[in-house]
Design a protein around this ligand. Structure first.
Ligand code: ATP
Ligand code: MG
Length: 295
């Protein structure tokens, strides 16, 4: 069953010559753990913003988009709305369920707002019927799992911590990244677009955060409400190890023709090798990744 589907996307920015499409197609199945890899500037973040309904027909000017065509379908009680061009009311349904961990966490957070208020606001949206005490338990779980707060801090004391009372603007880049991940998790979405979620994190924490995302996905894998995860990354090694489907995008092929250069189903650890049958860009990615041998 499809969770999200982009059909014949054609997006053009006003101030640059960059465009995606005219016929870019991407379909994401329910419960997929999809890796999206590609050259810097090939349009990955733009696609993410389209998938979450941020860039849409009514609000495209706010993002410098001059033209936007195509369809975005989202499985919401079987309806066939095109979310690229729909009412604000319809968009809120999509936005509640489809969340993005933004590449730049500064733009995802109100910098003047304290961390705890940010998380409480998201937890309320994600769990509208829950009492404050239960919301706080969810928040505690997320700030510990993302290692925003040290795991030795007890639930009873977590609201007294300076870090949780601080404003988002006063945090370091890595701390802000962890708050932005906790915020998305508090919203309890069914689809998460994680745009380079490990950027600006210490090497030691990168793996923990990646494992956290994998754990959340695995936890809900066989449930009625599986988590659909899209991991945008430069590292074909990481996505090949953790995702169940990988899509590789590359420069002009992607932007002028809307073509995906490669699509494969991992796990292919130790199998994915430089190979004449691969697109040259896929081979470049493989040779840049420490996870694979290049024979
Ligand atoms: N608001 C904008 N106005 C004009 N051009 C833009 C705008 N936003 C993005 N672009 C251009 O669109 C192209 C794709 O940008 P995007 O951020 O989607 O790429 P990306 O694949 O996410 O790159 P990276 O891997 O570096 O994060 C880039 O050339 C960028 O300069
Ligand atoms: Mg990007």
């Amino acid at each position: 069953m499809k969770a999200l589907e982009l059909k014949n996307l054609h997006l053009k920015y006003l101030s640059s010559n960059f465009e995606i499409g005219p016929n870019f197609n991407l379909s994401i199945n329910k419960g997929d753990f999809l890796g999206l890899v590609g050259e810097s500037g090939c349009g990955k973040s733009s696609i993410g913003k389209v998938l979450i309904g941020l860039i849409n027909q009514n609000e495209k000017d706010n993002f410098g988009v001059s033209s936007l065509e195509g369809e975005l379908l989202f499985d919401h009680m079987g309806n066939q709305t095109n979310y690229l061009n729909t009412s604000y009311k319809n968009l809120t349904k999509l936005r509640k369920d489809v969340q993005m961990i933004f590449q730049n966490p500064r733009s995802a957070l109100n910098l003047k707002m304290p961390v705890i208020n940010t998380l409480l606001e998201s937890a309320r949206i994600g769990n509208p019927k829950m009492k404050k005490n239960d919301l706080l338990k969810i928040i505690y779980d997320k700030v510990i799992r993302t290692q925003f707060l040290n795991k030795n801090i007890k639930y009873e004391n977590f609201l007294d911590q300076n870090k949780i009372l601080a404003t988002n603007g006063s945090l370091s880049g890595g701390e802000r990244r962890r708050v932005s991940i906790a915020k998305v998790m508090c919203m309890n979405p069914s689809i998460i677009i994680a745009d380079e979620p490990l950027a600006s994190l210490d090497a030691s924490i990168k793996l923990d955060i990646l494992n956290y995302l994998i754990d959340e996905w695995k936890l809900r894998k066989d449930s009625e409400n599986p988590l659909t995860l899209v991991l945008i990354s430069h590292d074909v090694g990481v996505v090949s190890n953790v995702c169940n489907r990988v899509v590789v995008m590359y420069g002009d092929l992607m932007s002028k023709q809307g073509k995906i250069v490669e699509e494969f189903n991992p796990p292919r650890k130790f199998e994915l090798k430089i190979n004449k049958k691969n697109h040259p860009y896929t081979n470049e990615l493989i040779s840049a990744s420490k996870y694979f041998s290049n024979e």
